[in-house]
Write a protein that binds this ligand. Structure first.
Ligand SMILES: C[S@@+](CC[C@H](N)C(=O)[O-])C[C@H]1O[C@@H](n2cnc3c(N)ncnc32)[C@H](O)[C@@H]1O
Length: 366
């Protein structure tokens, strides 16, 4: 039995941990503050800035400019040339090594989306709390541009730099796509996975679908802007509804992809069944989803903690808003994927040897 003294120490260290957690949380919001106001660009476009110069360049209040610059320097996100100069004369700069993190959307180190995702997740917080009482869930679109943009920022570097490498783990499918082939991207979000695949396999034809109308609109605009309308067809569809894919059933697909989307679908086994029915002979399903531990444990590791938090605050309510059937949440264990695959009639379900810091990849064969 722990003594009263042990309890007091435990309480103190837990309280300390919570108070310390305020720092990274608030710093993420300060990053999103800078992103929305274009402050990182305004600092980076010149050698260095004073608060007044930043205020002019970004068209913001000078006192706010000074506070943000000092806060960013205190956090180690930007640098100051000479901290001993008077506050209004201090010159701040974005170190070259920090540019990719804040300013290069294709760079593997691009991480500004952490702030966008954090703010976007919190943007529907009141609805999420209320939905916990009713069980009604919160529509994906209710999280607004924050979650769409945040996910896009976080996932785009992986798609543009690594997606063709992931496909190399399915050599038969890759060979088909090199000669042409048809691909279905289910739960495409704002479109970057399809754009990256189309660029990597210029002879392949793609259909990109999502349930969320705002994501579909943004994916369509991206495909247009990238000049890929001849190669990628964007549609609103529910992955769990076979009728939504009737127009594609005759042609079928050589590859069907679910990237960070299977866990969000309210009936994932039904979605896999729909996908299985759309596969051409020799075709396969590729799932990329969260790399959580094999089983629930208290005091979870980084990935379980991250994904459980997203689950409570975003994914589970968004899935429940589709109507509760499975409502898995973000924490998608490997055994669950294999179970759903078997339920959907797949005879092969294997984890692929693809390195990714956050995801695990599965190949499903009919
Ligand atoms: C976490 S986001 C991932 C989006 C995108 N794959 C990416 O990597 O950025 C999950 C996506 O699945 C979509 N989704 C959820 N349920 C769906 C369903 N039943 N049918 C089609 N899309 C669905 C959501 O609208 C959302 O865009």
């Amino acid at each position: 039995m722990p003594s009263d003294g042990d309890d007091a120490t435990t309480a103190e260290s837990l309280a300390e941990r919570l108070i310390e957690s305020l720092v990274p949380g608030l710093e993420l919001l300060s990053i999103e503050f800078g992103r929305r106001l274009g402050l990182y660009e305004a600092v980076a476009e010149v050698a260095d800035v004073t608060p007044a110069e930043l205020a002019t360049r970004a068209d913001i209040d000078v006192r706010m400019a000074r506070e943000w610059l000092e806060q960013q320097a205190a956090a180690g996100f930007i640098a100051v040339r000479d901290a001993s100069t008077a506050p209004d004369e201090r010159r701040f700069l974005l170190p070259a090594a920090h540019h990719p993190v804040f300013l290069d959307p294709d760079h593997p180190a691009y991480a500004i989306g952490t702030g966008t995702m954090f703010a976007g997740t919190a943007s529907a917080f009141d609805d999420v709390v209320e939905a916990a009482r009713t069980g009604a869930g919160v529509r994906y679109g209710a999280f607004g541009t924050g979650v769409r943009r945040g996910l896009e920022q976080l996932n785009r570097p992986g798609y543009v730099n690594d997606l063709s490498g992931w496909i190399a783990a399915l050599p038969d499918v890759r060979a088909t796509l090199e000669d042409g082939g048809r691909v279905l991207d289910l739960g495409v979000g704002t479109g970057w996975s399809s754009v990256a695949l189309a660029r990597a396999f210029p002879r392949a034809q793609l259909v990109a679908v999502d349930l969320d109308p705002e994501s579909v609109a943004e994916a369509g605009a991206l495909v247009d802007q990238q000049g890929l309308t001849d190669q990628i067809l964007v549609r609103r569809a529910n992955a769990t509804e076979p009728d939504d894919f009737a127009e594609f059933a005759a042609d079928g697909f050589d590859l069907i992809m679910f990237f960070e989307a299977l866990h969000d679908m309210n009936d994932p086994a039904a979605a896999l069944r729909v996908a299985r029915g759309l596969l051409r002979p020799g075709g396969a399903v590729l799932v990329g989803d969260e790399k959580v531990a094999d089983a629930f444990t208290p005091d979870g590791d980084f990935l379980d903690r991250l994904n459980y938090a997203f689950s409570v605050l975003h994914c589970l309510p968004a899935t429940m808003a589709e109507g509760v059937r499975t409502a898995n949440g973000t924490v998608l264990r490997a055994a669950t994927v294999h179970e759903w695959a078997a339920e959907a009639g797949f005879t092969g379900s294997e984890v692929l040897p693809i390195e990714h810091p956050l995801w695990r990849f599965y190949r499903l064969d009919p």
